[in-house]
Design a protein around this ligand. Structure first.
Ligand code: GLN
Length: 304
């Protein structure tokens, strides 16, 4: 079967399902999104682009940005980075404070909020203009310089960032945050408020499917040995306390965001993204997970 035919089946099946998820409301600006949006994009190394629905409409990438900040930090630092953030699944919600106290301010992994805040702190230490350079990194890997943040989403999250501020304060008390807390928090909220479409995200995620290289121009963004590690972290930690469930049902490394997006890859084959705003109780797109489960089921092809 051809990929576009498979995507057409997934579109019909997904539209047919009742969506019991709920759009994120703890960032009030995100609650305004139309819950019926649905888009999917598949970018194959050998055969190019396929998609359906709202695949070209930009949405808030939120925690999917944690994969990009990890990539940028790993491209600048070697293993010393992993003294400050571990690589173990947390089994706890993305914004949980509980393990941090027991584990002396060292976050379980870079894809929960605490870990992404440590990564943001390292970027603030290394980069001269962290926000601009972060956005520039996205421009380079997508080849699209029109991608930007949504400043309303930025302001909205900033006004409601008590938990992320708590995580930062707790880690600072253990000496695991080096810079000014507000500067670090601002970089984190900035990266989360970037907007991209399914097609743009799949293009960006192609570096993880293509051994660290941009497919269109062969530029090596990060060594393939580091991509192996990033993909391993996505597989084990990309969906917080639902990482096991995502592996079990879908069988691909990936990352979700509370904007309703999910990006996943099949190393050596494709990058795939889906967007449906209503979330399940773990904060992952309800229909997004379903659509990806159908992709690996109908193609008979996952990493397992
Ligand atoms: N900006 C969001 C937060 O920190 C990102 C969470 C997410 O997408 N899971 O709460």
């Amino acid at each position: 079967m051809q990929y576009q035919e498979i995507l057409n089946i997934i579109e019909a099946e997904t539209l047919n399902r009742s969506n019991t998820g709920r759009v994120a409301s703890y960032i009030p600006e995100l609650a305004k999104i139309d819950a019926d949006k649905l888009g999917m994009h598949l970018y194959c190394i050998n055969s190019g682009h396929y998609g359906f629905g709202d695949e070209n409409e930009r949405f808030s990438i939120q925690s999917i940005s944690k994969v990009f900040s990890l990539t940028l930090a790993m491209s600048l630092l070697d293993d010393e980075l992993f003294k400050r953030v571990d690589v173990e699944p947390s089994g706890d919600p993305f914004n949980s404070l509980i393990q941090l106290e027991y584990e002396n301010g060292i976050p379980r992994n870079p894809l929960i909020n605490a870990g992404a805040l440590v990564i943001a702190d390292t970027l603030v230490s290394i980069l001269k203009n962290p926000q601009e350079e972060f956005l520039n990194f996205i421009h380079v890997i997508t080849g699209d310089t029109t991608i930007d943040i949504n400043s309303k989403v930025f302001d909205s999250e900033k006004k409601h960032s008590y938990r992320n501020a708590s995580l930062l304060n707790l880690m600072k008390s253990f000496g695991n945050i080096k810079n000014d807390l507000e500067t670090v928090l601002d970089l984190y909220i900035y990266q989360c408020s970037i907007e991209m479409s399914c097609k743009e995200l799949a293009t960006a995620f192609m570096i993880y499917a293509n051994a660290g290289k941009i497919l269109s121009n062969d530029v090596q963004i990060i060594p393939s040995g580091k991509v192996k590690r990033i993909n391993a972290i996505m597989q084990t930690c990309g969906f917080y306390d639902e990482a096991g469930e995502f592996s079990f049902r879908v069988g691909l490394p990936g990352k979700s965001g509370v904007g309703g997006g999910i990006a996943a890859i099949h190393p050596g084959h494709y990058a795939v993204t889906v967007w449906s705003p209503p979330l399940n109780p773990k904060g992952n797109s309800k229909l997004g997970m379903y659509a990806l489960e159908r992709l690996t089921t109908l193609t008979g092809f996952s990493i397992f």
